[in-house]
Ligand binder design. Structure first.
Ligand SMILES: *Cc1c(COP(=O)(O)O)cnc(C)c1O
Length: 465
């Protein structure tokens, strides 16, 4: 077999890819037809593909490359750790320095009394831990009936059985017989699509109170926890109305349930604070982390756990764990990533410099005839595409048709901007420069213009009745 390198022609790489590689969230027949875009290297916020094109990565990979690509510091720490101690487990009374040092650092950074970490290799695994941990907690508290977890429609918590069940994506539930028992969903705080005639704050309160109603319906003695992303990411960067989180906090304080904040995206600077819980004044019992924890350089995640929960869980053996829980190389790289975020004041810059700079330009897109709403917190933003600026009505075409058109234009214009249905979303590396923000906006406008003309020519600028 020929050696497969960067120097093979793109078509050959694409053919091998389609023949042997099953991709996540991909229709393989379509992929085989069109060929994957093969990324060969990256530096800062720029990707290079196998054709030598330079692409601005407006999504930080999958919301994770917070410190940008190509950081020597992280590569060197990984090499050093592999030579010193490539692997040891953390089961059965063993530990190692990277896992210890990272745990202490996370305890220092996490809000409130969250001082403990249970490691995983990613966000889905961490949410699996959370399901077992909150149920075990109430079990140990002498309340084994408190086992139901309330989650939200259109939430994303990963793709393993438990995590996808927590998630509220109908298309995912339809594959594999989900959700698993004991997980129920309430509405999401998406005012733009679902708020109707209500004001955003009225709608936010209404959606928050669905939690209270659901607890009453099930009985407080049956409910273990509520899980939510501070800002829904994969659901379309849905920023809740201002009234939402304070009301959720009130309900959680009054009721005997645990609150899990899934901060796999909002953690580690994305919203301008270390955690989205700080941005929204949320006091969770457990925080799910992954992605930006290592800036995506190595797979690592975890559940950050409060003193109260950790004390109860720790009073007996918790029969749970992953071979790679606290993997030394992953832990060492994550710790170095946190050092870079801290010493280079990356998060302060998101809050008071590059965040406001991007926000101003992003909100400027609201003037475009195709754009019905712009939202941005820190460096995660979304815009709703529309053919009816005032009425907030969806397009007549199947949801996602127009979003996909815009995304395709972006792709050709060398900008990675994702679509979720007919919303466009961005989450660039936190180290993006102002000149790069300008390029991002320039390419976004060009793509919106082109897609708008295309949609108009194809008669797709129509709303549903
Ligand atoms: C990506 C994501 C996950 C899943 O993480 P994986 O590492 O892909 O398992 C969970 N929750 C949220 C909010 C995410 O964005």
């Amino acid at each position: 077999m020929t050696k497969i390198t960067n120097h093979l022609p793109t078509a050959e790489l694409q053919a091998l890819d389609a023949a042997h590689h099953m991709h996540p969230f991909t229709n393989a027949d379509v992929l085989a037809d069109r060929g994957a875009r093969v990324i060969t290297r990256a530096k800062g916020v720029m990707l290079t593909d196998s054709e030598g094109e330079e692409i601005l990565d407006g999504m930080a990979g999958l919301w994770c490359v917070n410190v940008g690509y190509g950081r020597d510091e992280l590569a060197e720490v990984a090499a050093r750790q592999m030579k010193e101690l490539a692997f040891y487990n953390t089961f059965f009374m063993s530990s190692h320095v990277p896992a210890i040092a990272l745990a202490a650092k996370l305890a220092e950074l996490a809000p409130g009394d969250i001082n403990h970490v249970f490691y995983s290799s990613g966000g889905s695994e961490a949410n699996e831990t959370n399901i077992r941990m909150v149920r075990r907690y109430w079990d140990q508290m002498g309340k084994p009936d408190k086992h139901v977890i309330i989650a939200r429609k259109n939430a994303y918590h990963g793709t393993s059985m438990g995590a996808a069940s927590l998630g509220g994506m109908a298309g995912m539930h339809a594959q594999g017989g989900l959700p698993i028992p004991g997980i129920v969903h309430i509405g999401q705080p998406d005012w733009y699509s679902e708020g109707g005639e209500m004001s955003p704050d009225e709608f936010g309160l209404m959606r928050a109170r669905e939690l209270e109603a659901k607890i009453d319906e099930l009985g407080e003695g049956k409910v273990a926890a509520f899980i939510a992303e501070p800002i829904q990411g994969a659901g379309g960067v849905i920023v809740p109305p201002d009234s939402y989180w304070p009301e959720i906090s009130r309900i959680c304080a009054e009721r005997e349930i645990l609150l899990i904040a899934d901060e796999v995206i909002t953690g580690f600077g994305r919203t301008g604070n270390w955690f989205g819980s700080q941005t929204f004044s949320i006091t969770p019992d457990i925080i799910t982390v992954a992605k930006g924890m290592s800036s995506g350089y190595v797979p690592i995640g975890g559940s950050l756990v409060s003193d109260r929960v950790a004390k109860v869980i720790g009073s007996d053996e918790f029969t749970h764990g992953y071979t790679y829980s606290g993997h030394p190389v992953a832990a060492a790289v994550a710790l170095e990533n946190l050092r870079l975020l801290e010493e280079e004041k990356v998060i302060e810059r998101v809050q008071s410099d590059i965040g406001p700079y991007l926000a101003e330009k992003w909100h400027g897109l609201a003037d475009h005839p195709f754009v019905g709403e712009t939202k941005i917190v820190g460096l995660m933003g979304s815009l709703a595409l529309t053919a009816d600026k005032a009425g907030r009505k969806p397009f007549a075409s199947e949801a996602g048709t127009i979003g996909y058109m815009v995304r395709e234009r972006c792709f050709r214009n060398n900008l990675v901007m994702r679509h979720v249905g007919d919303r466009m979303i961005i989450a660039p590396p936190l180290v993006i420069a102002k000149s790069e923000v300008d390029v991002l906006i320039e390419r976004a406008v060009k793509s919106l213009d082109e897609a708008y003309k295309l949609a108009r020519d194809e008669g797709l600028l129509k709303t549903a009745d």
